[in-house]
Design a protein around this ligand. Sequence first.
Ligand code: HEM
Length: 530
Amino acid sequence: AVDSKQVGNIHRDYSEDRNASSEDTVYVAGNGAPYPHPYEAQRVGENGPLLLQDFHLVDLISHFDRERIPERVVHAKGGGAHGYYQTTDTLEDICMADLFQAGKKCPTSVRFSTVGGESGSHDCARDPRGFSIKFRTEEGNWDMVANNTPAFFLRDPAKFPHFIHTQKRDPQNHMTHADDSTMFWDYLSQNPESVHQVMILMGDRGIPDGWRKMHGYAGHTLKLVNKSGDWVYAQMHMKSKQGTDFITQADSANYSPDYAQKDLYNAIEKGDFPGWDVCWQTMTPKEAEELWEKQKINVFDLTHVWPHKQFPLRKVGEFFLNENVKNYFAEIEQIAFNPGHLVPGIEPSADPVLQSRLFSYPDTHRHRIGVNYQQLPVNSPRVPYKMANFQRDGQMAFFNQGSRPPYLSSISPIQFRQRSTDLDKVHSHFIAGAVAFLSEIRPEDFNAARALWDKVMDDAAKERFIENISGHMSTCRKEDIIKRQIAIFREVSGDLASRLEKATGVKGHESIADLTFNGTHNGFAKEESK
Ligand code: HEM
């Protein structure tokens, strides 16, 4: 037999790829065969037809034809960087995650994004910002797939595709809501539970000044579990060490399309590394029940937020971004975040929108980057143990586990790590109840939005808010939509509604009590309106 060492190594080292440079390289076709010049194409004579035998040309063009993978169906425009997280104040009393034990650190990657726009759209769009972090912990990857706003537009997961379609292009005129806001306001005016998030969006926080100067919020309630299986509900916040700042609607026209990308990239190149504090609000299951009974705030409803005075932030650590990516496609376009990528000690809550996201993200990754998306270098876990499982084959299976049996074998057994919690305790909140299908609009849905208007916005912010909305509504083709939206704002504040009526020249409906919403049951219709 021939000694394979004498004929050379058949195994390629992919880790060199990231540091590729042009030095000492030889131009080759995809099969590695050297080729004299990239511009060549074999033809018959000077003016003759091309030859199908020219693998180099076919390889070049057919690869080019397939360069684009589907862009993300939402959050398509984005950018990010790498860095590290460190625990400064252990959370071990309430959470057993290895990452939150004293002195723990891990490498991280972050991707920021806008939501509605396509891959080439403007960084200064009025839109929430996505804020995703991959924590490469010693117990696997934990992804926090968050936004820069604490609340969300909906609490019924089946509404998400409808809502998103109204933030995208109109099917006929192919305009976005910047030029035709009809679909945008039609959806929102039929789904009043969106009002808190709408007010954040139309206020100063709707256009943050780049990605460094904004906070991040899980929005959803998670569960933190300790070693004895005791658990608390928890909301994660990421507080920018740079503070927060915003860009006004008028000023946004003066910024370049990739402003946020440039701002982050240049800051990191200069050594000015942005950082965020990682904090948690926590709540016992009993407190959660009381919060619902007394204040009508539901921890499974992500249109609601937890009052900070009752549930103060507890800092656990901080992360910094200190390394720009070398290859945008490999390190940002191929990165795949999933709220279901969790590690022991961090669990999802019963929030129905979160539960549906646990399905949606890995499903879209399999479509967008393939069934083996977790093997791509940027997604692959960095754990101190050797990994084994029974996933095999599929497109681009680079980690196919050699000759290890592809079934649970007694001949060559693998090791299992025991679960360290009492499952009865951890899952005790899944109490049975009647099946419910769709949420109902209740008076309490307007409380947070009212506090924003009455207590948070000063006069100048209120003026900008009214201007932002009336400007945006000027392209809405149906007056009745505006009337309905003004009625929703009237439940927030009479002052807000009348100022908006003045600015738009449209008299809104008096109350939402008599309105029917296609999207949501109207609890006001049955009750006395405020
Ligand atoms: C991206 C679905 C709600 C934050 C995405 C993507 C999908 C999706 C399919 C594209 C992922 C990819 O191609 O890699 C949904 C569904 C939702 C929902 C079905 C509700 C039913 C939310 C909420 C938040 C959020 C509530 C934040 C609290 C994000 C972020 C990204 C994203 C930050 C971008 C991830 C990245 O940077 O790669 N979502 N989403 N989404 N979503 Fe959601």
